[in-house]
Ligand binder design. Structure first.
Ligand code: 1PZ
Length: 215
């Protein structure tokens, strides 16, 4: 049995997206951003092995970024702004095809950034859902309005099938380990806006540098 302090709590995870915002929402600390993702992966793993194809990809991308942070140019990867500046100035970003510099920080973060949009939409749908709402439907709607647009047919198909394995709304709220339904709804109302602010900042930064379509 795990001790209470080791118990997973979605609120702490979402608050990582608060602690990663710096400079008046004009920059994002990569380490805290990745901590948020690590917590989300943990949460996803607690929902069952059906999502392991998703968590494998997320873990892989987190690892790519952690290797940059630990590497010789680690200080260039402290924030999203410094990463973009560094990688663009040193020609580390493939703008047209994904071959010379396969896993740039910019293209890797772009994948997580698109997934953050899904998360934002999904959690907002959950927050405003009624008791008889189906988590699988909410999740599929959020996915179709975001990530699905960037995924080939086979991944869309697999993801859509996996969504049916999501626990029902009350069970899902329980796994978040935040408290009663009212407390979960309140927590989401408080925490989702931080994820939105991180999303908005990244979107603007990437758009300014024409990085939103990196292969
Ligand atoms: C709580 C339920 C979890 C549902 C998760 C919904 C997202 C479905 C996404 C399915 C993606 C699966 C596999 C890999 C896809 C990759 O091809 C793409 C593009 O990367 P590339 O091939 O270009 O390197 N990867 C992504 O789009 C990133 C996906 C990250 C998903 C993280 C989800 C975190 C979930 C948190 C749960 C609270």
């Amino acid at each position: 049995m795990s001790s209470p302090e080791e118990k997973f709590c979605l609120k702490d995870v979402l608050l990582s997206f608060k602690s990663c915002l710096v400079d008046n929402d004009q920059d994002v600390l990569l380490e805290h951003y990745l901590n948020g993702w690590k917590g989300l992966v943990k949460f996803m793993n607690s929902l069952g092995s059906i999502f392991s194809f998703v968590s494998k990809d997320a873990v892989n991308k987190i690892q790519i970024m952690e290797n940059f942070l630990k590497g010789t140019n680690g200080e260039k990867y402290q924030t999203l702004r410094s990463m973009v500046e560094y990688e663009l100035n040193s020609n580390k970003v493939d703008l047209t095809n994904h071959s010379n510099n396969p896993n740039s920080g910019c293209r890797t973060i772009l994948r997580l950034h698109r997934a953050l949009r899904w998360l934002q939409l999904f959690l907002e749908k959950l927050r405003t859902s009624s008791e008889d709402s189906k988590t699988s439907t909410l999740c599929a709607e959020a996915y179709n309005d975001s990530l699905a647009n960037f995924h080939p047919w086979i991944i869309r198909k697999t993801a859509t099938v996996a969504f049916y394995a999501l626990p029902a709304r009350n069970k899902f709220f329980e796994v978040m380990n935040v408290g009663t339904t009212e407390e979960v709804i309140e927590m989401l109302g408080e925490a989702v806006p931080y994820a939105s602010r991180v999303y908005d900042f990244t979107q603007e930064l990437y758009s300014k540098h024409n990085l939103l379509d990196l292969p």
